[in-house]
Design a protein around this ligand. Sequence first.
Ligand code: PHE
Length: 358
Amino acid sequence: MQQDIENLKNEITAAIAASDSLDSLEEIRISSLGKKGSVSGLMKGLGGMSPEERKEMGPILNALKTDIANEIGARKNTLEAAALEARLLEETIDVTLPPRERPLGSIHPISQVMDEIAEIFSGLGFAVAEGPDLETDFYNFTALNIPEEHPARQMHDTFYLKPDENGERKVLRTHTSPVQIRTMINQEPPIRIIAPGRTYRSDSDATHTPMFHQVEGLVIDKDTHLGHLKGTLEAFLKAFFEVDAVTLRLRPSYFPFTEPSMEVDVQCSFEGGTVKIGDGNDWLEVLGSGMVHRKVLEACDLDPNVYQGFAFGCGIDRLAMLKYGMNDLRAFFDSDLRWLRHYGFSALNLPTLAGGLS
Ligand code: PHE
């Protein structure tokens, strides 16, 4: 009898040690300690024994039951720990991996360039201002010293809306310069703003689309001068094109709202089919600028004998094309996913001066 018990114990112990899953361990538990199990069967036999036999076998069978239960418990702990370990390994997340970019879509080069420009100018102390796309004649033209019948109105290929009941025709703003006026009317100097946004002119070819983007800059203070304009533009273009130095050429020009007015070129080279900004033998026109005309200050109720400043306007689409090597402006607005995947930017990589703009 005792030998049988010993054999049974060895058999069950071996089975426990060999079990490799919680399921097979549970089967062993049922077949040994369960109601109809082998150990339970032996326990039941105690009832039919003589008192002497029971006294001898009782503790032995109880010990068997306890030992088996302990062994199953220990094996269970081991198997559970192993299962957890395996699951943790399988579900490992490598937090050092770069984020997946595609499911979030991509940032359009124009939005990217606008963010880059805002980042650069915020570093120079400029705030971002906004105005509506639908403008009145006053903000888009008159207050900017472009009176009715002024030839500059024809220069702009303006989209006009139907006149309202008062006979007033709104326009799709032809430039971001009306934001200058809105800012000067609503804000006391000193003023330092940029105004990026959509602009519209009836024009369409590889480098012109009826809707395009500009960024306006405006600085008004008591002693702002042309040197500040040049320094600001140099700092901006250097940071934007991510080069150590830029050489600018200020060419005398004409805008009704600035006096003097200049167009600004950056030195560049076109060698090897790509533009390199910074040095070279060529010049590339990048923006229009000048000192704010006194008539414009007057239209905004600022005393031109006290205040002066500079303004500039720059085509964002063109800057994006130059910086990121895209040659057909129309593709910007085709909403072609293949183009966006190729030229778009990660939504998670905001341009910062510290971390790099592009
Ligand atoms: N508004 C001008 C344009 O669209 C650019 C400009 C802005 C020029 C500010 C001078 C000052 O061409």
